[in-house]
Design a protein. Structure first.
Length: 117
């Protein structure tokens, strides 16, 4: 993901946040790989990998966590072979469509998604 996403995202897939990607909100997913900026709560059934340029602020729940040298992590972390993620948390976005908006600071036309509430 290269864009800016604001809101809640729920998927059993693998989320990849590249160096220019930004996410602010709650995330439930199968795996997370970040080299960008994440702020919020991430509940991951598998592994979280924070690469060299990643900036992560908030709460992380996952099966495993890999943090590369140079990554920044501020917040709470809970690692367990069976992460506690309720079915209610997994269905965060069932009725919250996302709205595309312009990114705040950019040199190219990147987009942001915000929930329509």
């Amino acid at each position: 993901m290269r864009d800016r996403v604001e809101g809640d995202v729920s998927t059993m897939g693998h989320i990849e946040l590249d160096q220019h990607g930004e996410m602010n909100g709650r995330l439930v997913c199968g795996a997370l790989s970040s080299d960008g900026s994440f702020e919020g709560k991430a509940m991951v059934y598998g592994a979280i990998t924070l690469h060299e340029h990643s900036l992560t602020t908030g709460s992380l729940v996952a099966k495993s966590l890999n943090v590369a040298q140079g990554a920044t992590l501020r917040g709470n972390v809970s690692i367990s072979p069976k992460p506690k993620i309720s079915t209610t948390q997994h269905r965060l976005t069932s009725h919250r469509p996302l709205q595309k908006v312009q990114k705040r600071v950019t040199s190219t036309n990147q987009t942001t998604f915000k929930p329509l509430v």
